[in-house]
Design a protein around this ligand. Structure first.
Ligand SMILES: [Ca+2]
Ligand SMILES: [Ca+2]
Length: 106
């Protein structure tokens, strides 16, 4: 049985490969693959961002070595930065999930 962290890590690898495989190169996200991933996986989070300028900055700077594509290390770096900026969003949602699943926690 895997823990939540191991599951999250596995999910990130699977997600990256799912989008990266579309052009046959499973090790890199092309610009089109990145665009598809943003719209399909982060659309709601981007719309709710309290700091749209910071969000745009993180997403446009994904390609750190400027080779026109995003490798797994660059992808994980973006996920880390974006997750840190989204802490309030996720903790707010966790309360909603907890309340709806377990009743009033107080
Ligand atoms: Ca690819
Ligand atoms: Ca790159």
């Amino acid at each position: 049985m895997s823990g939540k962290l191991e599951s999250a890590m596995s999910s990130l690898v699977e997600l990256f490969e799912c989008y990266a495989l579309k052009d046959g190169d499973r090790l890199h996200l092309s610009r089109r693959e990145m665009s598809n991933m943003f719209h399909e996986e982060l659309g709601d989070l981007i719309k709710r961002s309290k700091d749209p300028q910071k969000t745009a900055e993180i997403l446009t700077n994904m390609d750190q070595n400027l080779d026109g594509q995003v490798d797994f290390e660059e992808f994980i770096s973006m996920v880390t930065k974006f997750t840190m900026c989204s802490f309030d969003y996720f903790t707010m949602d966790r309360t909603v999930v907890y309340t709806s699943r377990c009743g009033n926690p107080w």
